[in-house]
Design a protein around this ligand. Sequence first.
Ligand SMILES: Nc1ncnc2c1ncn2[C@@H]1O[C@H](COP(=O)(O)OP(=O)(O)OP(=O)(O)O)[C@@H](O)[C@H]1O
Ligand SMILES: [Mg+2]
Length: 400
Amino acid sequence: MIAARGLERTFPGRHGAVEAVRGVDLDVAEGEVLGLLGRNGAGKTTTVRMLTTLLDPTAGTARVAGHDVVTERREVRRRIGLVGQGGAAGSEHRVVDELRTQARLHGLGRREAAERAARMCADFGLEGLEHRLAKTLSGGQRRRLDIALGLVSRPQVLFLDEPTAGLDPHSRAAVWEHVRSLRTEHGVTVFLTTHYLDEADQICDRITVVDEGRVIADDTPEALKDATAGDTVVIATRQVAEAAVAVGRAVPGGRVDKAADAVQVRVVEARRRLADILRELDHAGVDVESVLVKRPSLDDVFLTLTGRSMHEQHAQPDQNEPRERRGQRGGGGTSRTASEAAESPEPAGGTGAATASDGPAPGTAARPVPAARAASPAAAGAAARPAATGTATATPREDQ
Ligand SMILES: Nc1ncnc2c1ncn2[C@@H]1O[C@H](COP(=O)(O)OP(=O)(O)OP(=O)(O)O)[C@@H](O)[C@H]1O
Ligand SMILES: [Mg+2]
């Protein structure tokens, strides 16, 4: 459903070019949920923007839902949904109108659009807010509307760029629940990025880890954990020295660490080695108080692969990143309303306008536009409102 080969994107920068994505290959099967993980600045959003036709690759190719993201942009847009990192919902229009309009733009009939809009409000805790102007919603409520907008048309492929950033735990769970049901009930292919590794672990069939614009690992969460991090076996005992020797014998080549009253060792598939470890401890006459086997987390995988924990990143802003982008972290990206965006169509720093080939129609950044929108004057008229409202945020922010 998604196939990318040698995808690259370079941005010109004041201190030299920024190589955001440096030759990424990706394959996502139909109905698969793929999680793209990486630290701030690793190239995730840039990859998502290329796959959703919002940004042309500097090199390489990609096909999404059977169409080329550069030469068949319109065909791709018709089949995908996007919840962009920047968010979209902040308009002067009512929540329910935003949802219905979005559904209509993707070709749903009036009745179905109304039904889908109501369903989205129910699923994403927007009931009671249907008639509020989108711009008056709280940050978390707006993010939920963003997600509802991305899903309302039931796309074949759904891109979610940090969909749950800034949401409370209850809302996060609701989003993931919905993503799960999209996959199981409708076979939707999902491409998501998130910094919540425990959630990625639970929801993703496959994880691709990117670092500095390159793929450094790609496998199921379980295989990644087994292959890169292994389990940790912790043996609590007062005879630390003897225990360390015994454990070393049971796990040749394994790294054995000693603490005041415990010994721990990293081992792949601990359940297969536990009997050996306990036998050696017994032979050595070690009095074992407790044994604990800890499965690695995806954060352990991350640490092993990159030498840094995923959670360290928030303290270390990416120096390549333009200042106006850095300021938007952590709040779910909904900091700017459509009306603010409309007032300043270029970002403060003005790091460059979209090129003609990159340029999506205004307002397409957050929600890919069905072909009909550009194809006829009537459709263009219908598109005018949402283009000028809910989607305006992403275009000026995501400068080229
Ligand atoms: N429009 C742009 N102009 C210049 N550099 C850019 C632009 N967009 C992205 N970059 C740079 O490309 C690199 C990758 O950015 P990208 O937004 O893809 O990262 P990310 O993995 O999504 O990070 P985050 O986790 O913070 O969202 C960063 O160094 C970033 O500063
Ligand atoms: Mg990003």
